[in-house]
Design a protein around this ligand. Sequence first.
Ligand SMILES: [Zn+2]
Length: 468
Amino acid sequence: MSFFRLRPVAGCCWPAIPEGSLSQVWTAYLALERTQWLAPTEIECGQLEQVRALLEHCVRHVPYYHALLAAHSITPAAIQSMSDFRRIPLLSRQTWQSHFEKFCAGELPAGTVALDEDSTSGTSGIPVRVLKTNICYLWWLAHYLRDLEWSGLDPTGTMAVVRATLKTGAELEQFLQGTRLPNWNPILAPLIDMGPLFAMDMAQDPHRQIEWLRGVDPHYFLSHASNLELLASILLDEPRRFPRLRAVQAISETLTEEAQTRIAQAFGAPVKNLYSCAEAGYLASPCPKGHGLHVHAENVIFEVLDDSDQPCQPGATGRVVLTTLHNFRTPFIRYEIGDQVTLGQGRCPCGRGLPLLTRVFGKRRPTFIVAGRRRKHSSDLVHSLSLIGGHHQHQAVQQSLDRVVVRIVPNRSWTADHADRLHRAVQEFFEAPIQVTLEIKDRLELPPSGKLQSMICEVSDGGQAAAG
Ligand SMILES: [Zn+2]
């Protein structure tokens, strides 16, 4: 019995078969149903087979990889193991940005059609461009279905979404007020039964968001992690009930364990964390049995490396390096996305052979420059500001070596004592007298992407290189 109710072709009710143009998406989804149960070694074999095909294509049609593989005397056919594969040098975001044209394929395989392009939000500066094909979308949709199933989001229910819509003018105005769309996903609507989608732009005031959400009374609510944290903070102050809510889905930024707990408590529903990126699409989704997040290994080769670029052991935390298996137009091969994750301990008890992550830290936070021009990781400051409490949201910006602006969205318990403690915490973090300007805000200004950065270093030598 499938999780989804297939809309059958007229006259073919049982067994139901999908409508023609979407049958390929359905086939891809069913293929994923099978591959998730393969043994890890079988999955790796499949990935290597696919990556050899990708590299054959790259040698012929993608100038950057043509030169790179030649320079390292690597032939695609010789890649028979992951250690063979790891002979290919790592690719940085900067290299991609400065040589973008050389990453674009001159030709595409038969049946692959060039479509539109996407780009990262550029939270760290210049966006990363990604050119898409029909095959990218095919796998994107198949993984969309898998994510719904794993997260237990029944698409016949009502979904409410608050996100950065990137709309302008009259359309933005409509999305700021909140709008109703007939289904969750217009492309998949002819394939499976789907309920309505209510959408609002995240630039709307959080109190208005909450009132709107109460009116919609959805079964599911999806938003950016930072927005969910803000709403949760308000809801914990002024509790509201969402009687029909079954789950909350967090996208876009890192979701800490503490935040996940607070959001679940505030909304009275479990939180499902979707880990994806513009460069590669779906990366990992919640294990249906609740053991962490499973990597979508059919979509990407997801390496987790330590500081000496070696694969991390089970249970260890390391940096994520991605290879997109199905984008033959702008392939990312061994690309340093800048995220950090913790690997699970071996194979998941649910029986799936897909790799397991226990934590996703997302982009590394920047370092600040403290006394003696030392770099210090901003996570400690995030932690101490959170401990002070009295506020919904904070943002610290180091503007120069001796000046920091801290923006605070206070909650009702905020007092002058909180402000004093905050000044002291910032001074302690920087280990030297520093000018701290406290700005009290109604809300923090979001960049167009909607990805809120709580820690920003504007000093030129600020260690932003590692930040996402
Ligand atoms: Zn599992």
